[in-house]
Design a binder for this molecule. Structure first.
Ligand SMILES: C[S@@+](CC[C@H](N)C(=O)[O-])C[C@H]1O[C@@H](n2cnc3c(N)ncnc32)[C@H](O)[C@@H]1O
Length: 225
């Protein structure tokens, strides 16, 4: 895990900055709206409009995607490494009075404090590209798969995306580090070992983003709709 990035998110200043990121500029507002729409569409595609009991949103940040996932899950556990983002998320949440408050858990995605097969669905957005070591990126995918008995939806920075290939080409002239990527074949191998099929995969944006969404489905799961 990259210490500098982790410390930044886990500081008050970093947490406040991230909670304003998708509101500051109109382009970010459009990105945010498009991403929420994409997550909604993926949830519909996987769950076929049915509801699930228990979902995990990790890392939840300040809860940007909570309203999207809550539409199809009776209960959502919000988890993140940053105390400040968890606190901001809790302050920003309007729990309807009839509902029990959402559970918030401080956890690292590399070693989750949950039993195997706890959740019907795990949503994990925009974390993998912050993990410096490839072995830890693999560990992260294994960990989010381990705690799901149904679905895993997550993002990674795609090694084969146009954005990444352009960046690698530009690196010949500029001193910029490589992105911390994964490839489809790595995902497929880890998914297979964890007992999942690669159900669906799509880029966040073909030209403007290197992030790719993946939907994994547990093989032979009785928990699936
Ligand atoms: C780019 S934000 C994404 C948050 C949220 N998924 C979203 O899309 O708005 C990255 C998040 O990862 C969290 N994070 C970083 N390292 C982590 C780790 N090892 N375990 C859990 N969360 C981590 C940060 O605190 C931050 O909230």
């Amino acid at each position: 895990m990259d210490k500098k990035i982790l410390n930044r998110y886990n500081s008050l200043e970093g947490a406040e900055s991230y909670s304003g990121k998708f509101k500051r500029h109109w382009t970010e507002r459009i990105n945010d709206r498009n991403e929420r729409n994409l997550v909604s569409a993926l949830l519909r595609k996987a769950l076929k409009g049915k509801s699930i009991q228990l979902a995990l949103d990790l890392p939840c940040g300040y809860g940007r995607l909570y309203p999207v996932i809550k539409k199809c899950a009776n209960r959502v556990v919000e988890a993140d490494w940053s105390f400040h983002l968890l606190k901001l998320g809790r302050e920003m949440r309007d729990n309807p009075p009839a509902e029990p408050p959402s559970p918030y858990v401080r956890a690292t995605a590399l070693s989750l404090p949950f039993r195997n097969n706890t959740f019907d669905l795990v949503l994990s957005v925009r974390l993998s590209h912050h993990i410096r070591e490839r072995a830890e990126r693999h560990q992260y995918v294994r960990e989010i798969s381990r705690v799901s008995k149904g679905w895993v939806i997550f993002t990674y920075f795609d090694q084969d995306s146009i954005k990444n290939r352009l960046r690698e080409w530009r690196r010949r002239f500029r001193n910029k580090r490589s992105k911390w990527t994964l490839s489809r074949s790595e995902i497929q191998t880890i998914a297979e070992e964890a007992g999942f099929d690669l159900f669906y995969s799509t880029p966040l944006s073909r030209f403007f983003s290197g992030h790719r969404y993946v939907v994994l489905r547990k093989k032979n799961s009785i928990a699936l709709p």
